[in-house]
Design a protein around this ligand. Structure first.
Ligand code: NAD
Ligand code: MG
Ligand code: MG
Ligand code: MG
Ligand code: MG
Length: 339
């Protein structure tokens, strides 16, 4: 069955007329949602902890900022854009006790609803508008007159206006310029976790680290190893984005292509690992492991962050990147966007 995709004409901004949207959090996604909705004419209030550094940033942009309980109390739509592991606590302490009857609850990732960490009562519409790109790109594209595609879902629809609200929100975010694909909280959560764990982060990062270590252990120069297993990756990924796997193969030499087919380290046992990890995502055991560690003050997470920031490729990475002068402007732009 073909996916359902909505575009600009499918969303009606007037659905949000006279409604107040509270954006909880002002990080990567929060700033983009607040600013894009505001610039689309939506009445926005940002909810933050009073001592948060983001309060000043949001005010500088001309946004109205309140405490989370105050912002929620006046909102018809509450978009929760705090980090996933804190959303349950924010929900219990600041959102649920202050939510207007019938106010809609929205998310940019299905984690807390899918795994039951947040259970809104049935009178609240619950929807998702999840950008398939980082928040800073969501803002940059909106300003440029374009949009980042989103996946959208409705989990609870007590009045029957859930999809109208979802598409109006997606339009105000600029996302319908690119397209909104219909999904469910379950599908978005499970595929998002699977992708980041096995391919986008966990997969690629391990390939790069291990490739670098195998080459340098074998006596090759780190500068050369870095180029071969890290620096060139972006160019291959750009080709993949333009034209899929066939385009990245087409642009490489026949030698590279033949090696891709017969000399890859990714084999059927990697598929088995992927299927095992998918099961841990589906049965909630990955989510539980992550949330239990967070609840204990994140000791394992912090230890892993420390360990992985010192893998061998990163002990030489900064020096190597600084050598590539053509890289510096792009890196600086990226750092600024992420700061
Ligand atoms: P972030 O870490 O960049 O920002 C989180 C914000 O929440 C910060 O402003 C922080 O100050 C605020 N915050 C933390 N605790 C708070 C509290 N108790 N009360 C109020 N505000 C609090 O987070 P993010 O990466 O934008 O992620 C937000 C949501 O968007 C998550 O559900 C995430 O899965 C989803 N998402 C993120 C991306 C992305 O590009 N980063 C992409 C798609 C979906
Ligand atoms: Mg994702
Ligand atoms: Mg994710
Ligand atoms: Mg090469
Ligand atoms: Mg080559």
């Amino acid at each position: 069955m073909a996916a359902q995709i909505w575009y600009e004409n499918d969303g009606d901004l007037s659905v949000l007329d006279g409604k107040k949207v509270a954006i909880i959090g002002y990080g990567s996604q929060g700033h983009a949602h607040a600013l894009n909705l505001r610039d689309s004419g939506v009445d926005v209030v940002v909810g933050l902890r009073p001592n948060s550094k983001s309060v000043e940033f949001a005010k500088e942009q001309g946004l109205e900022v309140k405490s989370v309980p105050e912002a929620v109390a006046e909102a018809d739509v509450v978009m929760v854009l705090a980090p996933d592991q804190y959303q349950k606590g924010i929900w219990e302490n600041d959102i649920e006790p202050n939510l207007k009857p019938g106010a809609a609850l929205a998310f940019a990732h299905g984690f807390n609803i899918n795994y039951g960490y947040i259970k809104p009562s049935e009178d609240h519409p619950v929807f998702m508008v999840a950008p398939k790109g980082p928040g800073h790109i969501v803002r940059r594209e909106y300003v440029a007159g374009r949009g980042v595609p989103v996946v959208v879902a409705v989990e609870q629809d007590p009045r029957g206006d859930g999809w109208d609200l979802t598409l109006a929100y997606a339009k105000a975010l600029g996302a319908l310029r690119a397209g909104a694909i219909k999904t469910t909280f379950k599908e978005e959560t499970e595929t998002d976790l699977f992708g980041e764990q096995n391919v986008l982060l966990g997969g690629v990062n391990k390939l790069v680290e291990m490739g670098f270590e195998v080459l340098t252990d074998a006596g090759y120069q780190p500068e050369i190893a870095y180029f071969e297993v890290c620096h060139e990756l972006k160019m291959i990924v750009d080709l993949m984005n333009e034209g899929g796997l066939n385009k990245d193969r087409w642009s490489c030499s026949d030698t590279a292509q033949y090696g891709d087919y017969v000399n890859t380290c990714i084999d059927e046992h990697v598929r088995e690992r992927m299927e095992y990890h998918l099961k841990r995502i589906q049965d909630g055991s990955f989510a539980k492991e992550f949330m239990d560690d967070q609840a204990a003050g994140a000791p394992k997470f912090k230890q892993l962050q420390e360990e992985y920031s010192n893998v061998r490729i990163e002990t030489v990475g900064p020096k190597l990147r600084a050598m590539f002068s053509w890289n510096n402007e792009a890196a600086k732009d990226a750092d600024e966007a992420n700061s």
